[in-house]
Design a protein around this ligand. Sequence first.
Ligand code: FAD
Length: 390
Amino acid sequence: MSTSYWLDRSSPQNRRTYDAIIVGGGISGLSTAYWLKKEDPSLKVAVVEKSRLAFGASGRNAGFITGGSVEHFNRMITKHGLETATAIWRFAQENLRLLKEEIIQDQGAPLGFEQNGAYSLAAQPTEFAELKKVSEIMSSLKIRTEIIEEKDIPSRVGARGFVGGIKYLDDASVNPVALVHRLHERAGADLFEGTEAYAIESTSEGTRILKTDQGDFEAAMILMNLNGYSARLHPWFKDKIYATRGQCLMMEAVPRFMDAPCYANFYLDYFRQIPSGELLIGGFRQVEKETEVGYSDHTTEPIQNALYEFVVSHLPQFKDAKVTHRWSGVMGFARDGEPMVGALPDDNQVFFAGGYTAHGIGLSFHTTKCLIDAVFGRSVPDWLSARRFG
Ligand SMILES: Cc1cc2nc3c(=O)[nH]c(=O)nc-3n(C[C@H](O)[C@H](O)[C@H](O)COP(=O)(O)OP(=O)(O)OC[C@H]3O[C@@H](n4cnc5c(N)ncnc54)[C@H](O)[C@@H]3O)c2cc1C
């Protein structure tokens, strides 16, 4: 976003002053607010959101709280080595533990929270062979999984056309909008919806000004939680976090038959029957990879058709059900696939967390805890630190 001289001069002149300003009202922004207030309850914290709470990817995702990453663990080991791959997986497990302990507590039902595990299903024997290898490695690390043979898939999740799968026994799922609202209640920060930030400036007193279409905010520090939108506020993110679109559809309810959410095809596609019995299915970016970038939240026919055809061929229980919703959201894919926290190289009072690469529900609560560690001068894991980009 840019603004004209005339609009800038005509914006509200009353500058609002805070100790910290968080930009972005998604799960990452509200988690940051939570940890910051937990660190120091006396801090005056504002969250600035251009639309309304959870209007970005946080309100448009599938609600999987997944362990690890969006790659099979054997591939994570090839990419990072065993030690770092294990650290990333344990980091996600800790994300879920922290969410349960700090936010969900014993009030999971209003959040649609369920911890029934999650499947990754293979349509090809080669992928199933990888999953068996994953299960072996995980058992040596004491991470709980179960191998599912082809004959058992229909009775577990009602799906046809898969040759086998793995179940991650500790994964969970949630209503992501309800979760962001709960985070907001627990964080106790002031929320400014309908407020779009367009620039960050420094003052001679050493504070920072966040310029927005609703006037200026001043604080000692600014924390950017914009994920896919990060590069629109600061160019440093242009070659580090890429705006990438994901599409979904929802089908009307049938009696519940799936015992847990499912991924398929190397995490590219996913489906789950939510507690009401409705079916959410998403993915198929691979159909039109070139168009699935940028900031638009439109849906496209080829991907929506692919999603529907998947339901017809793999989930016969839904063949007569109607599609009730179609949507898309903007994700932030990191250059190396892992999230990042840090301060801008040219401004150590502007911090950020993002690059969740389709995995922010499973990673952002713990990531933002590390962001607050960075703010207060404590160390963060090398694989998570934005210093890895130099
Ligand atoms: C279809 C889909 C399915 C997904 N499924 C899953 C899943 O099952 N599990 C999982 O872990 N992850 C999933 N993800 C990814 C997950 O949703 C994201 O990683 C996560 O929501 C990122 O949260 P965030 O708060 O960082 O970003 P966002 O939720 O995108 O929040 C950024 C906010 O910033 C606001 N904003 C943007 N620009 C400005 C500005 N200039 N000024 C003020 N505010 C601004 C936006 O309106 C937005 O609300 C999915 C994503 C999509 C799109």
